[in-house]
Ligand binder design. Structure first.
Ligand code: NOJ
Length: 550
């Protein structure tokens, strides 16, 4: 399946085994369930799945607290079931990307249990210790309001250990070469079992090492190059996708000027400004974010998302900007989290408005990068705000109107399925949408097919076109074989816009890729297009003789 730089035009689907499909009736999803749904994923058109953490874990942070990096949580199946799933996925042209959570382990990991015994333990220096609580222990808390500190005293060790996240997630000590060697071994293990890449969790924290001279923390980007080199030695096609919510200036450091560090990175900067644009109906924040993050080394690629499994983190917007997004998409205190984000799923955030859901996803599929779709978003699943923190947006997949949405035959699933209301499984489920040609599910299938026919997006660099309308974003990508134009109206009002698609505009036509609504440029070389409220257009450029323009 894998072609050169396959990740540049992949469509990634993010899912958690726990909440996808339970086949053994214990109320928890499993690898067997994932395998049974591979035909569904292939039909949808996705080309890679990103599996959230599935290794043994007390699951106090959705599996981001691992106790064995070389295994599969027995609730989900065995290592054999993982291999059977990966084989089945690959046979359908779908690559498997997995989370690599190595900034920290679970406090139940045998390494930490041993480390607590004191300096004589071979694992003591695998973690970060201090005899006294450091003065900055209350700084840099990731989950404000829930997490109290970043240094917690361990009675057994008689010392404080460092943890960026919850107190049950002690940080590994990357200054220790033994730790680095072990992490490479973990990557080697899973690449040998056929994974197409890793989503590296919490990368800025992984690489923050104490400067030997000052003792202060400083990013060690060399570590990223080491990871990349190793993974590519083992598997030339495997990719590293970094989770790093950093500024546009820092992004380049993660890719490396020569493209020798991470191949992919989530574009959190763009994500926050995209939601600002959706909230205000103005294209400018989004256009500016595109410009700020447009230039990448040739092998590098953005990963794009709308909502992920965490809160919609708006921490990099100004307070006034964040206030606008809160007001539009999550004004209620229970919809907000950690003072910086919104914990709703996409559909309820956009008030279930099909036009806005399509607009947001049309942007996801046409902005520069590789789209990452979150499970359930293809049917417009909702959330359950009665669940704590980020759990509200992690409810089981809704397959049908059978009890528990067809997710499990257990009397009580371990995570509750959304039972009722507008987003309940009786209204929102795959079975119903599969039969309805106008459903959101079938819209996704069409849009994914078309996205695959427009490789210019993944391989190119967008140009922003002038449209003289603050609500409309107009982009063009040029590739070796063609040129494409995308229009998005962020406001709820219809707009008539006039624009030039490119220098060869006279007589040029814009062939609509999704409907019959084409456009031919006038004598002045300008197109005039009427966009309905929240309307979007995907066009391919052709000259006056109908020859596609490159
Ligand atoms: C980032 C993950 O996305 C989040 O869900 C998790 O809680 C933290 N890393 C800690 O692993």
């Amino acid at each position: 399946m894998i072609s050169d730089r396959w990740y540049k035009n992949a469509v990634i689907y993010c899912c958690a085994i726990e909440t996808f499909l339970d086949t053994d009736g214990d109320g928890v999803g499993d690898f067997e369930g994932m395998s049974r749904r591979l035909d569904y994923l292939q039909g949808l058109g996705v080309t890679a799945v990103w599996l959230m953490p599935f290794q043994p874990s007390p699951r106090r942070d959705h599996g981001y607290d691992i106790t064995d990096y070389y295994g599969v949580d027995p609730r989900y199946g065995s290592l054999g079931d993982f291999v059977a799933f990966t084989h089945g996925a690959n046979a359908r042209g779908i690559g498997v990307i997995m989370d690599l959570v190595v900034n920290h382990t679970s406090d139940q990991h045998p390494w930490f249990r041993s480390a607590r015994e004191g300096p004589d333990s071979p694992f003591h220096d695998w973690y970060v210790w201090a005899d006294r609580k450091p003065p900055d222990a209350e700084k840099g808390i990731v989950f404000p309001g829930v997490q109290k500190t970043t240094w917690t005293r361990d009675a057994r060790a008689g010392k404080y250990y460092f943890h960026r996240f919850y107190e049950f997630q002690p940080d590994l000590n990357f200054a220790n070469p033994e730790v680095r060697t072990e992490i490479l071994k973990i990557m080697g293990f899973w690449t040998q079992l056929g994974v197409a890449g890793f989503r590296l969790d919490a990368v800025p924290f992984v690489i923050a090492l104490p400067d030997p001279e000052t003792g202060k923390e400083k990013p060690d980007y060399e570590l990223l190059r080491e990871f990349r080199e190793f993974v590519q030695w083992r598997s030339g096609n495997a990719v590293l996708l970094a989770e790093a919510n950093v500024t546009p200036g820092e992004n380049m450091r993660y890719f490396g000027d020569d493209g020798d560090r991470m191949q992919m990175m989530f574009n959190f900067h763009l994500n926050q400004h995209l939601f600002l644009a959706l909230a205000t109906g103005e294209a400018k924040p989004l256009a500016d974010a595109i410009t700020a993050t447009r230039d990448l080394p040739a092998t590098a690629q953005w990963a794009l998302h709308l909502r992920n499994h965490d809160e919609l983190d708006l921490g990099r917007l100004t307070e006034a900007e964040r206030g606008k997004v809160f007001a539009a998409f999550g004004p209620e205190p229970e919809a907000q989290l950690y003072g910086r984000g919104i914990r709703r799923r996409l559909a309820p955030m956009l008030h279930g408005d099909r036009r806005r859901i399509e607009l947001a996803n049309s942007l996801l599929f046409t902005l520069p990068g590789t789209p990452v779709l979150r499970y359930g978003d293809e049917i417009g699943m909702g959330d359950d705000l009665s669940l704590p923190e980020r759990e509200c947006a992690r409810t089981p997949m809704q397959w049908s109107d059978l009890e528990h949405g067809g997710f499990t035959r257990a009397r009580k699933p371990t995570k509750p399925v959304i039972p009722e209301g507008v987003y309940g499984y009786r209204h929102v489920n795959v079975a119903a949408q599969r039969r309805d040609p106008e459903s959101l599910l079938n819209w996704f299938e069409r849009i994914i097919r078309m996205r695959k026919e427009v490789p210019e997006i993944g391989l190119g660099r967008p140009r922003l076109l002038r449209v003289d309308d603050p609500a409309v974003l107009a982009m063009r990508y040029d590739g070796d074989a063609g040129s494409v134009v995308f229009l998005h109206n962020l406001s709820d009002r219809a707009r008539e816009i006039s624009f030039r698609a490119g220098p060869k505009a006279a007589g040029e036509s814009l062939v609509n890729l999704l409907s019959e609504d084409h456009s031919v440029a006038g004598d002045d070389g300008r197109h005039v297009v009427l966009l309905e409220g929240y309307g979007y257009r995907w066009f391919r450029r052709a000259d006056a003789d109908g020859v596609m323009l490159a």
